[in-house]
Design a protein around this ligand. Structure first.
Ligand SMILES: C[S@@+](CC[C@H](N)C(=O)[O-])C[C@H]1O[C@@H](n2cnc3c(N)ncnc32)[C@H](O)[C@@H]1O
Length: 384
């Protein structure tokens, strides 16, 4: 099933009449096509570095056992084999795999240099991937923790650059979610953001609301990590419209809001971008957020959406290195594999949490990912 890399079909645009053409624009396409090629080459190189070479490879658990590799790298190994399959470099054999052991037409270093030259703003995506691939052998040997490799002091700036509206790979997540929230609220809305990170989703939402003259009355910006929280608040303060009251505090989506001083029923909209899949217990977290909404208020879940409940996500490597991502418990029919969830998983979870009127932007996201399997970006809206 070799599908990547590919030229993104132009009919992708026709499948998204509900999203302005400026969101999935030519920079996004070019950025994706270039990064896809790089990820393919990097995967082949990584397999060779790990001594996987050519021929039969047993299932991930047996492979890790044979090599004495640590469990912490198991999800990344699964990512590697599934990604090689997506690029036609591996095929499934029973529970195991057969690797082709091909040589990429160009090295990942060359493809990175060309990609960054064509679109300098994509540098953070290449750097995050390179950092992750370099860390994996050490993580498998138990010499390194993913969190330390990716979130050490030297890497913090990189993450602010990655989760940024200047990054063509990340900006559409924020823009699509901002559109969904903006369309669901009127002027004077009281908005809560969870997992706001360095503030890029907040900036996108405030921009979308300003364009439609829908100044919110309250913006409550929350985040788990104090360093991100401080950075996010500073960014928001620069663009906060007059008449909008800003509050910010540390907030954990896994914990009862009342225990964190947040009163029930006070928001018109609650949203998060690429945060809610990290919930320890998806339905419980959604129920707690629903309780914070006024009746009829809206939750918007901006997420990287897996094309099917078990489909591979070729951009997943960095996240597979993190224990919080790997260890979030599975929930039947909802989170059937660790990490990012599918549209159907979110729909079930939202229904189970008592939400109604569930819709997705772009509405045809599943058809989008059928014609371009690297298309993962969507926002799900649900009413309390
Ligand atoms: C992918 S980042 C989101 C980036 C952010 N939305 C932005 O626009 O820049 C995920 C965020 O979720 C936060 N997070 C992780 N676990 C969390 C939890 N239990 N409660 C709240 N936030 C959490 C992380 O600290 C991180 O900032």
């Amino acid at each position: 099933m070799a599908v990547l890399p590919m030229t993104i079909p132009s009919r992708l645009d026709e499948l998204m009449p509900d999203i302005p053409g400026s969101v999935f624009n030519s920079a996004f396409r070019l950025a994706c096509e270039r990064l896809d090629g790089f990820v393919g080459a990097l995967s082949v190189e990584l397999a060779a570095e790990l001594g996987l070479g050519t021929g039969e490879v047993p299932p991930v658990e047996s492979l890790a056992d044979q090599r004495g590799w640590k469990n912490e790298g198991a999800l990344s190994l699964r990512w590697l084999l599934e990604t090689l399959e997506l690029y036609g470099e591996a095929e499934r054999r029973g529970d195991g795999w057969r690797l082709r052991g091909g040589t990429p037409p160009a090295s990942s270093a060359q493809l990175r240099a060309e990609g960054e030259f064509a679109l300098p703003a994509t540098r953070p995506a290449y750097e995050v991937f390179t950092l992750s691939a370099n860390a994996l052998p050490g993580i498998l040997k138990g010499q390194l923790r993913g969190e330390d490799a990716l979130f050490g002091p030297a890497a913090m700036g990189l993450w602010f650059d990655y989760f940024s509206n200047a990054n063509p790979h990340y900006a559409p997540n924020n823009q699509v979610t901002a559109l969904a929230v903006e369309r669901a609220v009127g002027p004077g809305a009281r908005v809560l953001e969870v997992g706001g990170g360095g503030g890029s989703a907040a900036l996108a939402l405030l921009d979308a609301l300003a364009k439609e003259h829908k100044t919110p009355s309250n913006y409550v910006f929350t985040e788990l990590q104090p360093a991100f929280l401080r950075r996010g608040v500073r960014a928001i303060q620069q663009v906060l419209p007059g008449g909008c009251d800003l509050r910010s505090f540390r907030y954990d989506i896994d914990v009862d809001p009342a225990a964190q001083g947040v009163e029930a029923g006070q928001f018109d909209a609650v949203f998060g971008v690429n945060t809610l899949h990290l919930a320890r217990e998806v339905i419980g977290t959604l129920q707690r957020l629903r309780a914070l909404l006024r009746p009829g208020g809206v939750l918007v879940v901006g997420e990287l959406l897996r094309p099917t409940p078990t489909a591979a996500v070729h951009l997943e490597l960095p996240f597979t290195l993190l224990t919080t991502y790997c260890q979030a418990p599975l929930e039947e029919g909802i989170r059937v594999r660790p990490g990012f969830m599918s549209v159907s998983g979110w729909r079930r979870a939202l229904e189970a949490a008592g939400f109604t009127k569930i819709s997705i932007l772009p509405a045809e996201i599943e058809r989008c990912s059928e014609i371009y399997p690297g298309f993962y970006c969507g926002a799900i809206t649900a009413r309390a």
